[in-house]
Design a protein around this ligand. Structure first.
Ligand code: RB5
Length: 142
């Protein structure tokens, strides 16, 4: 089980980040919001980096990143070798990203996903465990 969830987004993901944050707070889940703080344009690689650095120090934590599509911020986060960021658009992808890939960062597209589906994806990601076994060998090769 994770100790804390870090959230971070650019402006394209800001509104969905706020909705996910409220959902997590309402469920008493320990989180830290690393920005951004408004709809003012910012650069998604900067926010991927802020979260990835925190995750390196606090490796019992997980992260959720957001940008408009989720694509740019997942590309940026996956440049960090300790990050396994999974861009998910379905509950099935969230489930497999945990079971098979041991993803430690969930990535969501704020301009792609409706709130209801996004929250279902978050819930699946949080409560699905890595299956290890044959998947560990593959994850170790990344
Ligand atoms: C920002 O306009 C947008 O490009 C960004 O949020 C993201 O979608 C990039 O992949």
């Amino acid at each position: 089980m994770f100790s804390k969830i870090f959230l971070s987004s650019d402006h394209g993901g800001f509104e969905l980040k706020e909705k996910v944050k409220n959902f997590l707070i309402n469920n008493n889940i320990h989180l830290e919001d690393l920005g951004c703080k408004s709809l003012e344009p910012v650069d998604y690689p900067d926010y991927a980096k802020i979260l990835s650095k925190r995750l390196k120090k606090e490796n019992k934590s997980i992260g959720i990143l957001f940008c408009g599509t989720g694509i740019g911020i997942s590309m940026a986060a996956n440049r960090f070798s300790h990050v396994r960021a999974a861009l998910c658009t379905s509950v099935e992808m969230a489930s497999k990203s945990r079971k098979h890939n041991d993803a430690n960062v969930l990535v969501l597209g704020g301009r792609i996903l409706e709130e209801k589906l996004a929250l279902e994806i978050v819930n699946e990601f949080l409560y699905t465990n890595f299956e290890a076994g044959r998947h560990s060998l593959r994850v170790d090769k990344i």
